[in-house]
Design a binder for this molecule. Sequence first.
Ligand code: HEC
Length: 140
Amino acid sequence: MTKFGKKAAATLICSGMLLTTAGAQVEYGPATGNAENGKQLYYDHGCYGCHGFGGIGRKNLANDVSGIMFSEEVFLAYLRARADMNPLFPTQNMPNYPADSLPDDSAKDIYAFIRTFKDDPPEVEDIPALKAILEAAQEN
Ligand code: HEC
């Protein structure tokens, strides 16, 4: 934890979660990173494995209600603050991303890339395999 104290990080994250649960309409902070670089880094650091190529996966990032995505500062604090819960691999939990493996500049690029995501998943009607699975499940 270089730039943030643990207490500050916890406060940021708690306020982020409050914003999330309240579903409040808030102005998001600016993205100062480079989204094009961020796209490569998002793949290189395995974010897509849990969050999908477009942010829709284990935890949906492709929306505008994530308190964690509220600002770069909150996002960085979130990535760094997970040291105490660093899970053993393989895992479905969100890993810790310390600055020595994912520097601030790279994390800001990833932030800028995530901010380009749109929360518009295709209709079930447009995904034949999923439609067939849902229909089969309804028959039982
Ligand atoms: C092994 C799976 C996994 C990987 C890899 C992963 N995440 Fe996550 N992430 C999660 C899960 C699960 C959550 C939900 C909260 C939790 O478990 O703490 C989450 C939550 C988040 C959130 C907060 C969303 C919210 O509003 O609550 C952000 C932002 C995020 N991840 C970004 C990233 C980025 C950026 C990367 C790559 C650098 C990444 N994640 C890699 C599993 C993962």
